[in-house]
Write a protein that binds this ligand. Structure first.
Ligand SMILES: Nc1nc2c([nH]c(=O)n2[C@H]2C[C@H](O)[C@@H](COP(=O)(O)OP(=O)(O)OP(=O)(O)O)O2)c(=O)[nH]1
Ligand SMILES: [Mg+2]
Length: 313
């Protein structure tokens, strides 16, 4: 039996969003590793290169794009049978030129709703899910007035913010709230009340199912739900559980001290970032954070922020 270690490479790859929200992908040539699948354009980081420099170089070489600026989006470590890859996905925030396949590869723009149909390298599944998630998750306070809630939902930017109904998930007014979300195009999460999901089944058009920590720890498998499944994670054990169940997303908390949970020690950004980086899960940072912290959350390996107070005042 061979004792040769599996080769390991570090890769940067670009999330390029058009003004219409579509995503630019290229097709890997058939003869290459993971050939014939759609990829986020990019390639191997060279020794001594910073990630942003490496991505700008790759985007110029592969797509003819100049002056690419980028910021961290998600890091995935993945073991293929023959190769260990660490993939740093970055949001491309500024570029010039029209992306063109300069190495003969096919390049195309896809709507978010079409991504699920494409064949990607196996490592990419978490990032494909993460791209479809809004950068903010607004958690509905237990005590808000119904009319204030409905008006608040109508005012949200639906591309930017999704809504987690939490205590309102089984409320008699739930259908009215869901209808308001549908009309406003706002993606909505409901709270699972058992390891199997929702008693009474999931209503039509719900985007996410969220597992509170106690429900998560009681799960022996991923709940049956075709949408996004997320979980509350206050410790490493919960994150391990979320990963082992193959969940899509984790809410890591509390990042900062909060007035609602003064007894819970805050993790701080550094520790929360250590938890989030490299996980095959889209993480939201929760606890004393707001929309102004999206960039900070992304720098710490998360896709965005979740909060209560910051979103409904
Ligand atoms: N660019 C890119 N690579 C990915 C993705 N997902 C994924 O598993 N990979 C893997 C496939 C490859 O093993 C590796 C990227 O290597 P590459 O062949 O594109 O590297 P490169 O552009 O520097 O090409 P070359 O000079 O070696 O020909 O990462 C992805 O979304 N984008
Ligand atoms: Mg490449």
């Amino acid at each position: 039996m061979s004792t040769e270690p599996t080769p390991a490479i570090t890769v940067v790859a670009a999330i390029i969003r058009g003004e219409d929200g579509r995503i630019c992908l290229s097709k890997r040539p058939d003869h290459k590793h993971q050939g014939g699948r759609w990829e986020f354009p990019g390639g191997k980081v060279e020794p001594g290169e910073r990630l942003d420099e490496a991505l700008a170089r790759e985007l110029y070489e592969e797509l003819g794009m100049a002056s690419s600026l980028s910021s961290p989006f998600m890091t995935i470590a993945h073991q293929y049978p023959d190769l260990h890859v660490t993939l740093h996905f970055r949001d491309v925030t500024g570029w010039r030129g029209v992306p063109t396949g300069r190495e003969g590869q096919q390049v195309a723009w896809f709507a978010l709703s079409d991504l699920a149909e494409l064949s990607f390298p196996a490592a990419n599944q978490p990032v494909v899910t993460a791209i479809m998630l809004p950068p903010c998750l607004a958690i509905v306070p237990d005590t808000i007035e119904l009319n204030t809630l409905l008006t608040g939902i109508e005012r949200l930017d639906s591309m930017q913010t999704g809504v987690y109904l939490r205590a309102w998930s089984q409320h008699p007014a739930r259908e009215r709230i869901l209808e308001t979300c549908r009309r406003a195009g706002v993606r909505v999460w409901l709270r699972a009340d058992s390891p199997l999901g929702m008693a009474g089944g999931m209503p039509e058009g719900v985007f996410g199912l969220h597992l509170p920590a106690s429900v998560l720890m009681g799960c022996s498998r991923r709940p049956d739900f075709s949408g996004v499944v997320s979980a509350a994670c206050h410790d490493q054990q919960a994150l391990d559980k979320a990963v082992s169940l193959g969940l899509d997303s984790a809410l890591i908390s509390p990042v900062n001290p909060t007035t609602t949970h003064p007894d819970q020690p805050a993790l701080g950004w550094e520790r929360a970032g250590q938890w989030a980086c490299g996980l095959p899960l889209a993480c939201y940072m929760l606890g004393g954070v707001g929309p102004e912290d999206i960039c900070l959350a992304r720098e710490h390996g998360a896709v965005g922020v979740a909060g209560i107070r910051a979103f409904w005042s």
